[in-house]
Design a protein around this ligand. Sequence first.
Ligand code: SAH
Length: 237
Amino acid sequence: MIGWPIPPPRIPRKTKEVLALERRQKVDWLVRNGFLKSDRLKEAMLKVPREEFVPYEYRDYTYLEVPLPLPGLNATISCPHSYPLFYEALQLRGGDRFLEVGSGSGYSAALAREVVGDEGLVVTIEIDEDTYRFAKDNLSRLGYYDVVVILGDGSKGYAPLAPYAKIAVTATCPSIPQPLIEQLADGGRLIAPVGPPDDVQKLMLLSKDGGKLKMESVEEVLYVPLRGEYGWIKTTF
Ligand code: SAH
């Protein structure tokens, strides 16, 4: 069994100012290490206070390169470099209609909303009720009222608002779920970890052009399992 080391929960000691400084340092680090390239995503990562999406007892660890536990079964806020890893590969842009499977804390949806802007749309779907509530509360507390947060099985996508220009799955899949491929617009891109939950997985980037599908492997990653009909754990919703 492999996994990430999770730091011990503790009462937060860092001030808002310290966390804001750590945010700027993290963004510089992401740029220097080649993860973060586009100006819009850089602005988004500077703007969105990630600490507001982290549970109280883990808040001091907000800018460490580790995923942190969230309310709900298996939910985590992914480590900071994973967002540019996903969004740069997806080429997330202003005006995009974007679907995220696995809302977690809502942080990834807030970043996406900053990138797609007023002309775009962010739809995020979460299967765990406690995690869903956490994401929804965080997003509305921070003013992201127009992010559509759905409680449901995202392995089936979310057909009512399809097609999507970009889709990100933030839990590892047995293979890329067919409904997501169908809900991807022509010219669109989808990113998803594919592989077993207890081993390293391949982050796969799929593009659809003229109805033709192309797949490439971007990186090795470690994500929690996708649940639901097309997931590893066949919970019915
Ligand atoms: N996007 C967040 C969360 C990653 S954790 C981030 O990157 O920080 C993955 C999340 O996917 C968990 O909250 C888990 O509950 C959720 N999940 C797992 N299977 C799902 C499914 N079928 N539909 C929607 N959410 C799912």
